[in-house]
Design a protein around this ligand. Structure first.
Ligand code: BEZ
Length: 234
């Protein structure tokens, strides 16, 4: 790990990046990358990312600002679906540039208004160092707000999915659960998920693996639609 400084204005934070990433002028997180460790204040106290994640799946999502309409519905929906994420072994972590006190008061109001306590931490990143390092800032304003960016990070600490939405459109929490299910099913069977896959749907033989090899490996029948398209019921 190598330590790099990220930040804007007079606020800078040290973030531990894998050494190889320091060779690029500006690292932007990509699928397959090791997610960097960071320490920050949150609505549940000081949080050190890797220690907090403890080898679980993590859904880490940025939202632009507290006390705003769309963000309120997103935090509320994640809170309402928290048990669904927990059932999949996934921990929720939000981040914005709001100070802890504001994020805490807003979360309290959401818990009251939606009858869904916000049981996950919201990281406070007023200086913008973490959201900047994570490629969550897309504007060129002086104190820009993060976009609605979601990382799904696996128990090995690798980024598996990145989703980004603009300020004017709220993300789909149901889609976040769907892709988490798809990733876990793909890992479990060594197969890949087709478009719009849902739990219970068949999976596909990965590109590059023969149908015979996949059938032997899984002890299952592969339905051959084309040489490059083999379907497996799981
Ligand atoms: C919203 O959540 O509605 C929002 C937040 C920041 C900028 C624009 C919209």
């Amino acid at each position: 790990m190598g330590v790099q400084l990220f930040g804007t204005g007079d606020r800078w934070t040290r973030i531990a990046l894998p050494v190889g990433y320091r060779r690029t002028a500006r690292w932007v997180p990509r699928i397959g990358d090791e997610f960097p460790d960071f320490a920050a204040d949150s609505t549940q106290g000081r949080l050190r990312f890797r220690a907090w994640a403890r080898g679980a799946w993590v859904v880490f999502f940025a939202h632009p600002a507290a006390f705003t309409p769309v963000c309120t519905t997103e935090i509320a929906q994640f809170a309402m679906d928290a048990a669904e994420f927990a059932a999949r072994g996934a921990r929720l972590l939000a981040i914005s540039r709001d100070p802890v006190a504001e994020a805490s008061e807003w979360a309290r109001q959401i818990g009251e208004d939606f009858a869904a306590p916000v049981g996950f931490p919201i990281v406070a990143d007023p200086g913008g160092a973490i959201v900047e390092a994570c490629g969550m800032i897309h504007g060129a304003d002086e104190a820009p707000l993060p976009v609605r960016k979601t990382f799904v990070i696996d128990p090995a600490g690798r980024i598996r999915i990145i989703m980004e939405y603009p300020h004017c459109v709220g993300r789909s929490v149901a889609e976040t659960l769907r892709v988490l299910d798809a990733l876990q099913a793909s890992d479990r069977h060594g197969l890949v998920a087709p478009a719009d896959w849902r739990p219970g749907d068949p999976l596909l033989v990965p590109a590059g693996e023969s149908h015979d090899h996949a059938g032997d490996r899984l002890g299952r029948t592969v339905r051959r639609l084309r040489g490059y398209l083999g379907v497996v019921d799981v």
